[in-house]
Design a protein around this ligand. Sequence first.
Ligand code: TYD
Length: 200
Amino acid sequence: MYICLEGIDGAGKSTQIKLLEKWLTDNGLDVEMIVEPTSSPVGVLIREMLQNPRATEPDFQKTLGLLFAADRMILKDKIVENENNPNNSNKIMLSDRCFYSSLAYQSPFEWIIEINKYAKRPDLVILLDMDVKTAVSRCEGTDQFEKESFLKKVKKNYLKLAEKEDFFVINANNGPKLVHHDIKRVLASHLGICIEGIID
Ligand code: TYD
């Protein structure tokens, strides 16, 4: 299974994904972590470019869109390899972001779909939905005002996608413990027999 956590910057994905990995492995599941942008040369370039003060400008975002799509193609081999390995029938690939980040952050929508045509779609997406002001206050550097208006658009895009693509939406404004609990509930009911009975 390929499971992805999505959310705006500062929504608490990194904390939740660590808690989730521990919970799944503690309960005997084989978990492989994926992070986008990846550590490939393209991913490294993306992280460097994200530091640019012009990063939220439309043309810059288009360049990033292309790079994210390329980074995702490099990652695809690993996902397909895992899926095709008969020893991996119980393996969970747990991803910090995926194709849907590009749909929420970059534009235009149809073009992003086109350049990501060959990217793997996750089996399940959990969206951490957080108040933009709170999320921005957790982000370091950059122009806070610019960041806030940018993330407002991203949040709106995520919520539209969530409806269209059946994401599980979790209220991430609650403390980390409660959010973790809500995520476990979603996974337990979705994975059914696989992890039934291990919720505390
Ligand atoms: P993030 O997971 O927030 O990184 P970190 O935890 O290191 O802060 O992702 C880095 C940034 O990349 C974030 O601002 C979202 C952005 N991003 C896109 O704009 N499009 C994409 O397709 C992806 C995967 C990420």
